[in-house]
Design a protein around this ligand. Structure first.
Ligand code: AMP
Length: 417
């Protein structure tokens, strides 16, 4: 049975908490952005304040085995600073029994990177490139078998399990999903996970209408499932960014050298047809800022999106599109945004994405629920200083994308199930 972190009695208990401390480090192993660490603090502090002790576990990067560069020892001091309590370090997540046994209420222990073991992900490592199918199958079976012991050891450390790692909630890994089985009556979400789940429910289950989704980014192929799921939910669908040109070309427009995927044109047309059938209004960018080079210093012009000359490419939404989109956004009670509407990394082509961030902030101030979900739109809204002015900014790129596709995330199912 799922427990709730607010009502659970942590006194004298050891809590094993899966967090996402996969933070960026520079060459001196200094943390360059500690957002993920800070976002886990309310949960970690709650356990300590309740008289419990903490066993904190995370991955860092994509190591293929024990690698100093990916050691969590580099972040332990910063975690202690944020937590306001000493944090011990266990240099092997599978051999931490002694450190765990000596943990007293109010104390914390950080386990070394879980992904130093292949068992965390349950995927074989070190297979020769020319391995036969049989060899691959045998290696997979072997890692799955040893994964059971790996999970059991982690579970043996604690009395209760908390998952607060939304960033890996779409993975059925040892620490994100499988371990929950060992705590049938003592498993719960942390505050960050709860916030993310509530945000997802606010748009997918309980959206107030009119509901507008703005889906941007580079490729239709990576957002196809999101677009299809959104057609079931929204009143308005704004399609921006590089992916918009596939739609324009599919309808017979001239897109010059703009990013596009020819093989996705039939699906683009299908989405337009389905939207019509369902009464969903689609807003493509009718006007585009084009450039004669993929560069911040390129020459630029503003043209209708279906009339882009050869040698030029679409880089950002034009002012007429932004005006039209603004009216749609401000007329909405729920707004979801995933993906930039231009090449926002280059200041010359960041105006459209900045305008969307501003529109969301204005809609929020007027009482709309606004969610910035996933990847580059999160980076954009944060960089541009609008993160505090929208209702919720998600911490999980891949996890949020899969949730928006309508999939049930294994990390969520393991606690609820
Ligand atoms: P995604 O990871 O699919 O959300 O895409 C984000 C990327 O799309 C960012 O790096 C943007 O620079 C890029 N992008 C947005 N609009 C365009 C465009 N018109 N042409 C090329 N890339 C774009």
């Amino acid at each position: 049975m799922q427990q709730h972190i607010d009502s659970y009695d942590f006194a004298g208990k050891k809590a094993i908490v899966r967090v996402d401390f996969n933070v960026p480090l520079n060459e001196q192993f200094e943390i360059t952005d500690d957002t993920r660490i800070r976002r886990a603090m309310p949960t970690l502090k709650k356990v300590l304040a309740g008289g419990g002790s903490l066993i904190i576990m995370s991955h860092l990067g994509r190591p293929k085995g024990v690698t100093d560069k990916f050691s969590l020892k580099h972040i332990v001091n910063h975690v202690a600073e944020c937590l306001g309590a000493p944090v011990k370090f266990a240099a092997d997540c599978q051999k931490a029994q002694a450190e765990v046994a000596s943990l007293k209420p109010g104390e914390a222990l950080l386990l070394e990177n879980l992904r130093f073991y292949a068992e965390e992900e349950g995927k074989p490592r070190g297979l020769a490139e020319d391995a036969s199918d049989e060899e691959k199958k045998a290696a997979k079976a072997a890692v799955k078998a040893s994964q059971k012991d790996f999970v059991k050891t982690l579970a043996s450390y604690a009395d209760c399990y908390i998952n607060d790692a939304f960033g890996t909630a779409h993975r059925a890994h040892a620490s994100t999903a499988l371990i929950a089985d060992y705590f049938p009556n003592d498993k719960m979400f942390g505050y960050l996970m709860e916030g993310e789940i509530k945000a997802i429910d606010n748009v997918l289950k309980n959206a107030k209408h009119p509901f507008t989704a703005i889906i941007g980014g580079s490729k239709v192929s990576s957002k196809l499932a999101v677009l299809e799921n959104m057609l079931e939910k929204v009143d308005n669908l704004i399609i921006g960014g590089g992916m918009g040109y596939t739609f324009v070309k599919a309808q017979g427009g001239q897109i010059g050298n703009s990013l596009h995927e020819d093989d996705l044109m039939p699906q683009a047309l299908e989405i337009l047809a389905k939207a019509k059938e369902k009464g969903v209004k689609i807003y493509l960018s009718q006007e585009t800022v084009i450039a004669d080079d993929f560069s911040n210093d390129a020459n630029t012009k503003i043209v209708p999106s279906g009339q882009i000359p050869e040698g030029w490419e679409g880089m950002d939404a034009g002012p007429a599109s932004l005006k039209e989109w603004k009216d749609v956004i401000l007329g909405s009670k729920t707004v979801l945004w995933n993906g930039p509407v231009g090449v926002f990394e280059m200041p010359t082509f960041a105006k459209g994405t900045l305008q969307i961030a501003e529109d969301l902030a204005e809609a929020t101030a007027k009482g709309a629920y606004t969610l910035v979900g996933g990847g580059d739109s999160v980076a954009a809204v944060t960089q541009m200083g609008y993160a505090e002015k929208v209702s919720y900014v998600s911490t999980g790129g891949g996890a949020m994308l899969e949730a928006l596709e309508g999939k049930e995330l294994p990390g969520i199912a393991a606690i609820r199930g």
